[in-house]
Design a protein around this ligand. Structure first.
Ligand SMILES: CC(C)(COP(=O)(O)OP(=O)(O)OC[C@H]1O[C@@H](n2cnc3c(N)ncnc32)[C@H](O)[C@@H]1OP(=O)(O)O)[C@@H](O)C(=O)NCCC(=O)NCCS
Length: 236
């Protein structure tokens, strides 16, 4: 029997892989990262419609960068799944610090799927996201209801699939189905490089309110760039 602690993730009966189906795009699911995803990471993260808007991934994005990423994320996901397995018999659903399903995949009619991108909720750690919160840094979630942790999102999508509402749906599904109930997310402050209108629009559609733009926030590929920082208090 599937581990009840995975709720509301489903489990693929053929592969045993947990997944979360998007609320509006029923042919799109979130799953864990797979060892076979390396070439897709390399292709999408070298796309001129994608990489200029991301701070962390190096450019050019090489196979060794993908290998490093797989070696970071897959063990983290395995640890999270093991934690949920250990709690299998607990009567209440455990609050955890991440979601095992973070890769956006389109499921084809024959049941195969294609890698479309990633979305991940994590603790905000950039100073411009924490500014004004009274928090200088966040190492691990403190879970203090009087001073909720501040969470952020990191995401990107294959440019072949832009403008179809996929990221808005992925973010909404992940936040409502897992972030709020299973990670205890109560407050989010996200940021985009200035000028990233598509990303800002995704946040607006989810109910984020624009807080401010901070000039010259971070150096991205040799140029100082500003950041837009929308925020949202998330209901229980
Ligand atoms: C940002 C990104 C994730 C959006 O994904 P997506 O699936 O196309 O997003 P959605 O279709 O859900 O919504 C995009 C919205 O932005 C709008 N938009 C896109 N480009 C725009 C632009 N240049 N100006 C104004 N609005 C724009 C779209 O019209 C849509 O709004 P609508 O539904 O009101 O029409 C995707 O473009 C991407 O991966 N970009 C590169 C990486 C990135 O920026 N990641 C986020 C880092 S913070």
């Amino acid at each position: 029997m599937a581990n009840p602690q995975l709720h509301p993730l489903e489990v693929n009966p053929k592969t045993g892989e947990p997944f979360l189906r998007l609320l509006a795009h029923k042919n799109i699911i979130l799953t864990p990262l797979r060892l076979s995803d390396g070439p897709f990471l390399v292709s999408i993260l070298n796309d001129e419609h994608v990489y200029p808007w991301l701070i962390s991934p190096p450019y050019p994005y090489l196979p060794e960068h993908a290998e490093w990423w797989l070696n970071q994320v897959i063990p983290e996901t395995d640890k999270l799944l093991a934690e949920l397995e250990d709690a299998r018999n607990d009567p209440t659903l455990k609050i955890v610090n991440g979601c095992p399903a973070r890769v956006i995949r389109e499921v084809k009619e024959d049941g195969t799927d294609i890698f479309l991108g990633e979305i991940n909720l994590g603790l905000s750690h950039h100073w411009w996201e924490l500014e004004g919160s009274g928090k200088a840094s966040q190492e691990t979630p403190r879970r203090d209801p009087n001073d909720p942790d501040i969470w952020m999102v990191g995401d990107y999508l294959a440019s072949s699939h832009y403008g179809q509402g996929i990221m808005s749906d992925a973010f909404n599904t992940l936040l409502r189905q897992w972030g709020i109930p299973r990670m205890g997310v109560r407050r989010m402050v996200v940021s985009t490089l200035e000028g990233n209108k598509g990303s800002v629009r995704v946040f607006e559609k989810l109910g984020f309110k624009f807080r401010k733009t901070i000039d010259d926030t971070i150096e991205a590929r040799g140029t100082m760039r500003g950041c837009a920082c929308p925020g949202m208090d998330v209901g229980r």
